[in-house]
Design a protein around this ligand. Structure first.
Ligand code: GRF
Length: 272
């Protein structure tokens, strides 16, 4: 039966291959795993296909430079049959990025566009990126720890269709070393932001933010780990809204159609 499912295409194939990949590779251990290869196999992917869910799923490319834990969180989310996007491609600008192995283990197509081969010619580098995106018929792009600056021209081509995740509550702490800088500044609340990509770095309309408390005992590493957990939750949520066509930009700000407003307060330190 598995071989029959493999010929059905799109979502069914993708999920089926992931089942195979997970079975072949017992070390495959996605974060926040909601996909269990031993129980989600068999007929469910085919059923989803016949209901027509698979055909309208947006094709997403994830651009990485390193570890790829956010990439993996998106892959796991997209393995759900009701998720409105499929991860069709992972591109890294570094051939040694650990995320490439993780993507391949999940049976996702991978490409390397090595920026060092293009010297300082960003236009050529981005031309090569665009070629890969075109070849894989990509609808949406997610930057996930992609450590190259993108030109206004490239960003313009993907306007409204390219997301980034930043490990801070923007507009605070743009740039690098956000956790150490947050500790240095003595902020009590830190977090993560998913935003549309615009030419200016770590700017652009915000789709979602997650706040985490800063603890007295925190180091940059412990704080980073707490923020990363939050990243793995908001990125799949934000991509889902974008893929569903629920994100509109009004006066430079994101409106999420049908969003559920959050409530509650976070006090740091606790107020008794
Ligand atoms: C994340 O903290 C993300 O916010 C930032 O780079 C880091 C990438 O981590 N842009 P990973 O590769 O997703 O594990």
């Amino acid at each position: 039966m598995h071989y029959v499912v493999a010929y059905l295409g799109t979502n069914a194939t993708c999920i089926h291959l992931r089942i195979v990949a997970a079975r072949k590779n017992p070390t495959y251990d996605p974060p926040n795993a909601s996909f269990d290869p031993d129980t989600a196999g068999g007929f469910r992917p085919a059923a989803a296909l016949f209901r027509g869910i698979a055909v309208s799923r947006k094709r997403v490319a994830i651009l990485i430079s390193g570890r790829g834990s956010n990439m993996e969180a998106l892959i796991v989310a997209a393995a759900e049959e009701s998720y409105p996007a499929q991860i069709a491609l992972v591109i890294s600008n570094r051939s040694d990025a650990p995320g490439l192995r993780r993507a391949a283990a999940a049976a996702i197509a991978t490409e390397i566009v090595d920026h060092t081969l293009y010297r300082e010619d960003r236009e050529k580098f981005e031309g090569a990126l665009q070629e890969k995106l075109d070849a894989h018929r990509i609808d949406l792009v997610c930057l996930a720890g992609f450590m190259r600056l993108l030109s206004p021209n490239f960003v313009g081509k993907w306007q409204g269709r390219m997301l980034n995740i930043h490990p801070a509550l923007l507009p605070a702490f743009k740039g690098l070393d956000t956790h150490a800088r947050a500790l240095e500044a003595g902020v009590k609340i830190h977090g993560a932001t998913v935003h549309m990509v615009v030419p200016e770095v770590d700017s652009g309309p915000i789709l979602a933010q997650a706040a985490v408390p800063v603890r007295e005992s925190d180091t940059a590493e412990t704080l980073a780990a707490r923020v990363l957990d939050a990243e793995h939750r908001i990125y799949p949520a934000a991509l889902k809204w974008l893929a569903e066509g629920r994100v509109r930009i009004v006066d430079g700000r994101c409106r999420i159609e049908g969003q559920v407003d959050a409530d509650g307060l976070l006090f740091v330190p606790k107020i008794s």
